[in-house]
Design a protein around this ligand. Structure first.
Ligand code: GDP
Ligand code: MG
Length: 163
């Protein structure tokens, strides 16, 4: 049995970019347009000497419910049910949005372990977004940059206890 890690969060926070970096291939579609990942994608990830299954989400197109929240929740829920641990991404450049808070409320009610990841943190200029994420009430926040490959060692520290 391999560890399953889901990447969840609102559109455009960099979930597919992180997925691609972990999988090492251009498997997930990355786009400036929110919601281009049409369903869940599974990939074989490698981080240092650790290997695991990673699940990318968004699924804005595939929903029964008309609301953005409902659409994200539907895909996220399936991925969340299927994973051992979830990485909840926020955008440190943009700061928190109502959708992030909505997601956090949903996650806080679950029993499964969730780790908040402040993506797009390339330097001190993004510290305000990082600190703001502590206000989500989901514990410690790890600053990373999926695009530049920064903070990957923090992800190893986060995931190691689940082996
Ligand atoms: P998703 O909708 O959450 O899957 O987000 P994507 O992975 O498609 O990325 C959305 C946008 O954010 C794209 O333009 C990415 O190039 C950009 N992006 C992703 N990660 C980073 C990062 O670490 N730093 C910066 N500056 N931009 C990023
Ligand atoms: Mg995506």
């Amino acid at each position: 049995m391999t560890l399953k890690v889901a990447i969840i969060g609102r559109p455009n926070v960099g979930k597919s970019t992180l997925f691609n970096r972990l999988v090492g291939k251009k498997l997930a579609l990355v786009d400036d347009q929110p919601g281009v990942t049409r369903d869940r994608r599974y990939g074989k990830a490698r981080l240092g000497h650790l290997t695991f299954t990673v699940i990318d989400t968004a699924g804005l197109e595939d929903a029964f419910d008309g609301s953005v929240e409902g659409k994200m929740r539907q895909q996220s829920e399936i991925a969340f049910e299927d994973c051992d641990v979830a990485l909840f991404l926020i955008d440190a450049r943009a700061g928190l949005s109502p959708l992030d808070k909505h997601f956090a409320d949903w996650l806080r009610k679950r029993k499964k372990p969730v780790h908040v990841i402040a993506n797009k943190h390339e330097g001190k200029a993004q510290d305000p977004g990082l600190y703001e994420a502590y206000g989500l009430g989901l514990g410690d926040v790890a600053p990373i940059s999926s695009e530049h490959g920064q903070g990957m060692e923090l992800l190893i520290d986060i995931l190691l206890p689940y082996w």
